[in-house]
Write a protein of this length. Structure first.
Length: 137
C-alpha cells in the first residue's frame, strides 16, 4: 500500500469580516469519492485508486473559510483495491487502516497549505503553533 501521487484541484480562501474577540477554528477533512484507475507503468498496467478529498478550516463566528480539494493516488495489490472499492460502493466507507494512512497524508499537506493561505490574508493560523515555555526556577 503506497501513496504515489497527490495534487490539489481547488484552493479557496475567503475572509468575510474582521476578526474581533474570540474566534474558533474548526478543521475537517473527508474523503468524497473513490475511483479505480488503470496506471501504465512501463509496459505493465496496474490498478490503482484515486481518492478525492476535501479539507476545510472554518473560522467562527462566520469570519473566514479555507477550502482545499484534491486527489490522492493509491497503489496496492489488486485484492486490497477490490476490497476498498467494494466497501466504498456498498456504504461509502474505507477500511480503517487505509483511512488512517490517507488522512495522515492529506492532513500533512493541507495543514501546511492552509497555514500559508491564512498568512496571505492575515488570518490566525488554522492549526496551533508551537510556543516556547521558559522554566522560571
Amino acid at each position: 500500500m503506497t501513496i504515489i501521487g497527490f495534487t490539489f484541484t481547488k484552493m479557496s480562501i475567503e475572509k468575510e469580516g474582521t476578526i474581533r474577540g474570540k474566534i474558533s477554528i474548526n478543521n475537517n477533512v473527508s474523503i468524497k469519492d473513490v475511483v479505480e484507475v488503470d496506471l501504465a507503468l512501463g509496459k505493465a498496467k496496474q490498478k490503482a485508486l484515486k481518492f478525492t478529498f476535501e479539507f476545510t478550516s472554518k473560522y467562527e463566528p462566520k469570519v473566514a473559510e479555507i477550502l482545499l480539494r484534491g486527489e490522492l493516488l493509491y497503489l496496492g495489490d489488486e485484492r486490497k483495491i477490490k476490497e476498498i472499492t467494494d466497501k466504498w460502493k456498498k456504504d461509502k466507507k474505507i477500511p480503517k487502516d487505509v483511512t488512517k494512512v490517507l488522512l495522515d497524508h492529506v492532513l500533512a499537506k493541507c495543514n501546511i497549505q492552509a497555514l500559508i493561505l491564512s498568512k496571505d490574508i492575515n488570518l490566525p493560523p488554522p492549526i496551533p503553533m508551537p510556543k516556547v515555555q521558559i522554566d522560571t526556577k
